[in-house]
Design a protein around this ligand. Structure first.
Ligand code: 26V
Length: 818
């Protein structure tokens, strides 16, 4: 007997239908006959929100009245993906929704698809934040997600006729958006600019020059089967004045609206860069904007109606997690609020602040660590610069009591010396918070040993690891209903959705050929679905009887999409030169998904190359359909949910020591894909858990990489040494993928041959060698699927519920509401 523990529906199909009709009538102003799927989407979403309302109230009341410390997850990005079906699942109303919508004459899928995806994140960091707030609510932990409601999300990616990336604005808020509730009565003033004056009593007064109204837009975050509903509070920037009347009266209309435009620009657009900080004033404005509003909001929530709250209890009310360095300006902001607004002395304020904040680092690339020019901070936030300098002075004094190593102390400055002093945000976060964590074991080790080495020497207890995870609700249950049903059948319960380690119970079933065949049938059906989806959405003709081999992630040199495309070209060259008989080639469909930062030249050129390899290879009759390359544009959460369940082989091939964790790797393993990967990020832990024999490992280790850098890396050597690598690179140079033009990819080729910072060439041979193992196994479907099933069975650890549990015990020291 199968034990079903999914949340009980609060509603019958009949009620659901009536409520949708009601919303269509009163909110949408249409009859069911006039309604479009988009109308039904809005109406159903409002119905779901109504059903969640009481649980939302209760969660807030229990949080404020009880004594369970809440979590404030401060993040510049929340990459939520579509809301409706997730909310239906978590609230237990999926079946009633499907039946009601069908009864009204609509296809549930059309209604779901009518939702415009909020793409308020770049990639892994933003999606992790979304998984984490789902898990917090599912575990019943009181929490706020705090961020920005950008009017434009990450750009919409298109390809032009030459295969180049084109960025189009993603104006998601142009559409009706039923989930966010704009709460004008809970807004906060956020100030900028001006100067600091010292009062007669020696206290400081910031006299700002301009201010912005931060208005919260609240999203419900329903927990899965927990009865709890948390809040994602995204701030939107509004001007205090629509326009300046005096200027307007002088007929200077443009200047009259300037202050409004400037204020509202703050939440206008998500920065599409995810590695090189540009040091742009607007970005610092965004960071301060949401963090300042959030801190004041937390004080409002936890000390309601109190003029003189006792803020020494603040760290017992809420703990703020800094998602990367983007919200780190919150540390001097809380100091300022405590000292200037509430009159605490420095030491008390510092004690409160350091007990309130913790910092998660999400990168290993030194160039991705944010550093702000002190001058810029001084112009925008003069009082904060004073506070940061004082923090720095006190910190250096404290260090002097802990070490005699002057050089070390000097390296640890939060504010650098010299003509153009810089504020290092990662250092400020480490000094100003209780804990620092990396996002996978290897990453946390490297943080301690390399990136923040001096800090971990002096404050070893601050450092810890929390390996990332992903929510099984969205990424298994919603994305892969067939596999979910099979798991539930295999385990005899659906409790795995809230306790993912139960997947371990599938392990014995890997010995049962009948079960493995069912598992294989699920994958096959998912591939057929994806082929139909790709046909509909992109006009692609995918053959579901080929291996689906996927590489989806941001385009970055360190992630090494180049390695994948070069290996593919080498295979193509083998076919063209007759070195391999095309009839012996294992049929493969390679699918890429990736956005490049608009200013990242080599990344954009790599996209162009992949598109042109696709054009040439897919249309070459010599290939006989054995190699196919597709690059669906605008990779996003929706596409991920379709593609991941249909993938046979996933690529996680970053240079060892560069990918902090990866979370795509977890989603693929949990959906029964095999991984080809390096010993990097969470790959290491995935391989440990699923077993070395069930993971295709290749490439240099971190130590080997370091050694090679030290010896002096010369990529040309590898080009000369491996004829297949040479053939592939030559094919890129000789115009095969550029209609005969030899210049198109010259900068890319020059980079490979002379710099190749991430050692793509050095790992090429190992990468192509492992392909024979992969292909040999794929030719034995039962054995392949057995191993893929073992990946599912042993990946339960990678639930974001487990990550959150680790944060609770290691960092936050709180738990579920009573
Ligand atoms: C960094 C920056 C740098 C300043 C400019 C704006 C900006 C915007 C976003 C980011 C985030 C880059 C860091 C990031 O996404 N890290 C990824 O975090 C994932 C979740 O922990 C992890 O799985 C990936 O390995 C890691 O690359």
């Amino acid at each position: 007997m199968t034990e079903i523990t999914a949340p009980k529906s609060p509603v019958t199909t009949e009620e659901f239908t009536d409520r949708i009709r009601e919303q269509l009538k009163y909110a949408q102003g249409v009859t069911p006959e006039q309604a479009t799927p988009a109308d039904v989407y809005v109406a159903s979403s409002l119905v779901v929100r109504h059903y969640l309302q009481d649980a939302w109230f209760k969660t807030q009341q229990d949080m404020v009245n009880g004594n369970t410390k809440a979590v404030g997850y401060l993040s510049a990005e929340f990459l939520m993906g579509k809301q409706l079906r997730n909310a239906l699942l978590n609230a237990g109303m999926i079946d009633q929704f499907d039946a009601a919508v069908e009864g009204l004459g609509f296809k549930p899928q059309d209604v779901i698809d009518a939702e415009y995806e909020p793409a308020l994140g770049n990639g892994g960091l933003g999606r992790l934040a979304a998984c984490f707030i789902d898990s917090l609510a599912s575990l019943g932990v009181p929490a706020f997600g705090y961020g920005i409601q950008y009017r434009y999300g990450i750009f919409k990616q298109e390809f032009d006729k030459d295969g180049k990336q084109i960025e189009k604005p993603e104006y998601w808020l142009a559409n009706e958006e039923p989930w966010g509730h704009t709460d004008y009565n809970r807004s906060q003033r956020v100030n900028f600019g001006g100067k600091v004056v010292t009062r007669a009593d020696g206290s400081k007064e910031w006299q700002p020059e301009w201010s912005v109204r931060a208005v919260p837009v609240d999203y419900m975050v329903p927990g899965y089967a927990s009865g709890r509903v948390n809040t994602l509070r995204l701030w939107t920037a509004k001007s205090y004045d629509e326009f300046d009347l005096a200027t307007f009266n002088k007929s200077d209309y443009l200047n009259a609206v300037k202050p409004k435009v400037k204020a509202e620009d703050i939440s206008k657009i998500l920065y599409p860069e995810d590695s090189t900080p540009q040091g742009k004033a607007l970005r610092l404005e965004q960071q301060y904007f949401f963090v300042s509003a959030s801190i004041h909001d937390a004080i409002r929530v936890f000390y309601p109606g109190q003029d003189k709250p006792d803020l020494t209890t603040f760290p017992d009310k809420i703990t703020f997690q800094l998602n990367d360095t983007h919200p780190v300006i919150g540390i001097p902001e809380l100091m300022r609020v405590l000292i200037d607004e509430y009159g605490y002395d420095w030491n008390t304020a510092w004690d409160i602040t350091t007990r309130t904040f913790n910092y998660t680092c999400h990168t290993l690339l030194p160039e991705a660590l944010e550093v702000w020019p002190a001058k810029l901070i001084g112009e925008l936030l003069p009082r904060h610069l004073e506070i940061i300098k004082a923090i720095n002075t006190n910190f250096l004094a404290e260090l002097a009591t802990k070490t005699r190593d002057k050089a070390k102390i000097d390296r640890m400055r939060i504010v650098t010396e010299g003509e153009n002093p810089q504020v290092r945000m990662a250092y400020l976060a480490t000094a100003g918070g209780s804990h620092v964590n990396g996002v996978a074991e290897l990453h946390s080790e490297l943080l301690k040993d390399v990136t923040l080495r001096d800090f971990s020497d002096i404050y070893p207890d601050k450092f810890t690891n929390v390996t990332n995870g992903v929510t099984p609700r969205r990424f298994i249950r919603l994305a892969n209903p067939r596999l979910s049903a099979l798991i539930t059948e295999g385990l005899g319960t659906d409790r795995w959705l809230s306790d993912l380690e139960l997947l371990k119970g599938l392990e014995p079933l890997a010995k049962d050929d009948e079960f493995v065949k069912k598992f294989a049938a699920v994958k096959q059906a998912n591939k057929e679905d994806f082929a139909a989806y790709a046909k509909r959405e992109y006009g692609f003709e995918l053959d579901p009887n080929t291996m689906f081999n996927t590489m989806v992630k941001r385009l970055h040199e360190y992630k090494r999409q180049s390695l994948k495309i070069l290996a593919l070209i080498a295979k193509y060259a083998d076919i063209k030169s007759g070195k391999v008989n095309v009839d012996d080639v294992l049929p493969r469909t390679v699918i890429f998904g990736a956005k490049a930062a608009p200013g990242y030249y080599l990344a954009k050129m790599t996209i162009q190359l992949i598109n042109n390899v696709a054009r040439v290879v897919n249309n070459d009759p010599d290939v006989k359909g054995k190699l196919n390359v597709y690059f669906p544009w605008n990779y996003n959460v929706r596409l991920a949910q379709h593609l991941i369940p249909a993938t046979d082989l996933d690529e996680q091939i970053s240079q060892a020591g560069k990918e902090a964790s990866g979370t795509g790797n977890m989603k693929f393993a949990l959906n029964g894909a095999m991984t080809v990967g390096t010993l990097d990020g969470a790959n290491v832990e995935i391989r440990e858990r699923v077993g070395a024999e069930n993971f295709f490992l290749f490439g240099m280790t971190v130590d080997e990489v370091d050694k090679l850098y030290e010896e002096g890396y010369s990529p040309a050597k590898y080009y000369e040494a491996d004829p297949r690598l040479k053939a592939a690179i030559d094919m890129v140079s000789d115009g095969t993928f550029s209609n005969g033009d030899r210049n198109t990819y010259a900068p890319l080729v020059a980079d490979w041959l002379t710099k190749d910072w991430f050692m793509t060439l050095a790992d090429f041979t190992a990468y192509t060698e492992i392909q024979s193992d992969i292909e040999a196994l794929y030719r034995q479907p039962l054995e392949w699927n057995r191993k893929a099933l073992l990946n599912v069975a042993n990946s339960g650890y990678f639930s974001s519920d487990r990550s959150i549990t680790d944060y609770l015990t290691r960092i936050w020291h709180t738990g579920p509401l009573a």
